[in-house]
Design a protein around this ligand. Structure first.
Ligand code: GLN
Length: 495
């Protein structure tokens, strides 16, 4: 980026935040303008002297409020963590800062990442930048604040988190790129856990190349994160990518799979039209389109909600009002005297967590009881394994993490990518989802297309395509584990 635009771009973003944030409610904390200007000026000088720290030097970023930042409260949009001021930067934020990126603030979300419309947090709902004063649309969730910040030109890019679709869904509703990397590639150190085995840091950007440059900057082994992929496996992935690349100046013909199970009746006609016409464009470009079957994905949402909620109930057990949350011990000493420890913890959790989080903790705890474990949790884990195997069967390359090659039946007749919608429709009206939120299984239907890749730990990207309606529509491309390089390539074809 040229030197001068860095300062004016940063100032532009600050101005947009000032003008739009009251309405959109995307940012919940904003960095001091003076500091931002100074950082932009310093970055601009580095560019002028030809010594930028990285390609991201001087670019502005928003950070979802469940990613720890040293100098800013990290609340996860929960009153449980309303005053939580982490003593350290998460690894991804530290890497951004070391690359010269400028952090503009923290963004609104569903409480602890639980939701699909950014309505369950204590900061109130986020509005989609496509909204008008008359009609407010959902920004998607749970990283709705990050998506609205990018789509509203309030920052260059943003970090979110994606457990079952929380980056891809808001990106689709807001008309931007939302990228969930392979599980284990980006460090989770400092990401407040919702469901450890599914949580990934995700990237929101206005175009594919920008998302890729952020990914390249963050994609490194982190010894401080036990789930971070080791260097040996990373090398294996790189070698696989090199051997799969076409020779120089030879353009690649991809085989792109369309999962038949994703063709559900609930998909809106506009979305179906956009899906079909994108496939036609790819075919005209010389790529092969092939229908495939991933039968076990039919059970992906139900098993996701068992695994995610079980892990969440365990992760959220630490919020008891002693170290984190409303200090009911102190309150009881000044008001109605001493209560039993159990009552104090119950009071802290009752007032600190919102309704959706309490519901999920109860369900998650139940599925881990001895009475329910076999029928729910163990069964869901079995389905998760089947989903992984089904994906491995359709891809033409084998899963580099598969320990038993015999099970890994990648074939030459397989596909390189899968293409599907991200959600069943474009952004719904906010009022409708706020009312429906948590009041039935309907509110979970939005996760049908995004959850399978999360269960299998695969990389997936949401790309806006030109739909026939006024609101943006996103299509999702999913690839084999570790195949982000080619995923970005094919994504540029349809953006
Ligand atoms: N909507 C899903 C859920 O509520 C996904 C959320 C996420 O990815 N954080 O669990």
């Amino acid at each position: 980026m040229a030197a001068k635009p860095i300062v004016s771009e940063a100032i532009n973003c600050l101005r947009n935040i000032q003008q739009k944030n009251n309405f959109l409610n995307a940012f919940v904390r904003i960095s001091a303008g003076q500091e931002v200007r100074e950082q932009a000026l310093a970055a601009s000088r580095r560019h002028e002297t030809g010594t930028p720290f990285s390609p991201l030097d001087g670019l502005t970023f928003a950070i979802k409020d469940n990613i720890c930042t040293k100098d800013m409260i990290t609340s996860c949009s929960s009153s449980m963590l309303a005053d939580f001021n982490p003593e350290y930067d998460s690894t991804v934020v530290a890497r951004l800062k070391n690359s010269g990126a400028i952090i503009l603030g923290k963004t609104n979300m569903d409480e602890f990442g639980m939701g699909s419309h950014s309505t369950t947090g204590f900061h109130g709902s986020v509005k989609n930048p496509c909204s008008s004063q008359l009609t407010a649309y959902s920004a998607g969730g749970s990283s709705g604040g990050s998506a609205a910040a990018v789509a509203g030109n309030m920052c260059f890019g943003a970090l979110g988190s994606d457990t079952g679709g929380s980056v891809r869904l808001p990106a689709s509703y807001c008309g931007i790129i939302g990228f969930k990397p392979s599980y284990g590639l980006l460090s989770r150190r400092g990401l407040v856990a919702y469901a450890n085995s599914l949580d990934t840091i995700g990237i929101l950007a206005r175009d594919v190349r920008s998302a890729q440059s952020v990914f390249d900057c963050l994609n490194e082994h982190d010894p401080a994160d036990p789930s971070s992929l080791g260097n040996c496996s990373r090398r294996k992935i790189e070698n696989q990518a090199i051997s799969g690349s076409p020779a120089a100046n030879q353009s690649r013909q991809w085989t792109i799979g369309v999962p038949l199970e994703y063709n559900v009746i609930e998909i809106s006609p506009q979305l179906k039209e956009a899906w079909i016409s994108t496939l036609a464009v790819l075919r005209d470009l010389g790529h092969r389109i092939k229908s495939v079957n991933i039968p076990s994905t039919r059970h992906a949402v139900s098993s996701y909600y068992i695994i995610a909620l079980a892990e969440a109930s365990s992760n959220l057990a630490k919020y008891d009002g002693v170290q984190f949350g409303p200090n009911t011990v102190a309150a009881s000493e000044t008001t109605d005297g001493i209560s039993s420890p159990l009552q104090l913890v119950a009071a802290a959790r009752g007032s600190g967590f919102g309704e959706e989080v309490r519901r999920r903790i109860l369900l998650g705890s139940y599925s881990l009881t001895s009475e329910a474990m076999e029928n729910y949790f163990i069964h869901a884990q079995r389905i998760r394994r089947l989903i992984k195997e089904d994906f491995d069967k359709v891809f033409s390359t084998s899963n580099p993490l598969s320990s038993s090659p015999g099970r890994n039946v990648a074939s030459e007749t397989g596909v390189e990518f899968l293409i599907s919608p991200v959600s069943i429709s474009s952004a719904p009206v906010l009022e409708g989802v706020a009312l429906g939120n948590g009041q039935g299984v309907d509110s979970y239907i939005n996760d049908v297309f995004t959850v399978p890749a999360s269960m299998a730990g695969l990389p997936a990207i949401s790309v806006p395509v030109h739909g026939p309606g006024d609101l943006p529509i996103g299509l999702q491309i999913t690839a084999q584990y570790g195949n982000e390089k080619q995923l970005f390539e094919v994504a540029t074809l349809i953006e």
